[in-house]
Ligand binder design. Sequence first.
Ligand code: Q46
Ligand code: ZN
Ligand code: ZN
Length: 292
Amino acid sequence: MRCKLCRQKAVYAPLRFCKEHFLAYYEKKVRRYLESTHTRNTSILIGVSGGKDSSALAEVLAGLAEEYGLKLGLLCIDLRIPDYSDKGTAVARTIAKRTGLKLHIVDMRDWPRATPDFANKKPCGPCGTLKRYLLNKVAVEEGYAFVATGHNLDDEFSSALHNLFQRNVGQLRRSQKKLPPRPELKLAGRVKPLYYLTEKENRLFCLLRGIPHDADECPYSMDNPQLSFKKRAVFGRDEKRNLLKSIEQLQRPAPDIPVGEEAGSLHACPSCGYATTSKDACVFCKLMTGER
Ligand code: Q46
Ligand code: ZN
Ligand code: ZN
């Protein structure tokens, strides 16, 4: 197969691009994100796990940083997951060296009470909460306006669908491609520059640019409801019904509630001061005091 633009050998079948035109297409998608969300002249802390998405994100943003006036840093949370986390942290160090970006590392050995119980069969709930909390905390403490994650088109699609199936419309409305910082809640803004790119495209970008990444999945990914949902193709009756009900709800405008600040959902945790949707102390503080 030949590239549809230059007739060189195609490396990306779905769009028939050669290496050069695929890389240009990839960068164009990230530029489109930055431009459509007016993301320039700001500071961004990028969460890196060692996986293909966040490694691709760090490299593509590093290449655009000067042009868009972005001050970037990297955060790796070493969760201490046996046979997995060491590889991710090593990749994060290599990415930091290649890009010249400052790497912050949170080592969960310093937070033993908050560390998810990986002997437990379902560590993904607490693990996800912890990662979001620490990414925000480090961003706020280190003075970054935004956090960036490697969420891609497949992630966003499946989480939107999942929220619809769960009739979780508030969460669906909050899951926007960019959320502004809310300093009064010690909440960094959130950007997802790979929003328009698929998993497959991120993997190919890493391969073509020689970007190191760990191809292994977390050993608990089989137990992660979000990840396994992504792989499901068959939907039940209730899910279909709830999907339609959620869409109906979405079609009703809520003019007095700004999207993204819905339902009075966020307030400052009385204990640590970071934003939470819990009624009282945030989940992180409950973990630290042994309430959970
Ligand atoms: S790292 Fe943590 Fe994921 Fe592993 S334990 Fe689950 S949530 S699967 S993306
Ligand atoms: Zn070409
Ligand atoms: Zn708290």
